[in-house]
Design a protein around this ligand. Structure first.
Ligand SMILES: [Zn+2]
Length: 91
C-alpha cells in the first residue's frame, strides 16, 4: 500500500475515533491556541517514523492528538514539547 493511501485510511479512522470520543477542540492548548481553528491530527512522531512500523500506529489513540493550526505549527517544530504534551495527554 502506498503512503498516500495509508494517510487517507489513517485520517478517516482517526475522524471516527475522535468523533466517538467526543473530542472536537484542540487538545494541546498552547499559548495563543485557536481551539477549533483549522483542526488536524498531530502525531507524536514525524510521519516517516511510522512507515516502517505497523501501519496501525498511525491511527493509535496514544499516537495522535487533535490540534488547531496554531498549536500544530508549534509542535511540528518542537519535538521535545510534542513529547511533553503527549506525556500529559496520553498514557
Ligand atoms: Zn490549539
Amino acid at each position: 500500500m502506498n503512503r498516500t493511501k495509508i494517510n487517507k485510511i489513517a485520517n478517516s479512522k482517526l475522524r471516527i475515533l475522535f468523533y466517538d470520543k467526543e473530542i472536537y477542540l484542540c487538545e494541546a492548548r498552547l499559548n495563543g491556541c485557536q481551539y477549533d481553528w483549522i483542526l488536524s491530527f498531530a502525531h507524536r512522531h514525524k510521519r516517516r517514523w511510522y512507515y516502517d512500523k505497523p501501519d496501525k500506529l498511525l491511527w493509535d489513540f496514544g499516537q495522535v492528538i487533535l490540534c488547531c493550526l496554531h498549536c500544530h505549527e508549534i509542535l511540528e517544530k518542537d519535538s521535545k514539547l510534542t513529547e511533553e504534551i503527549f506525556t500529559k495527554l496520553r498514557v
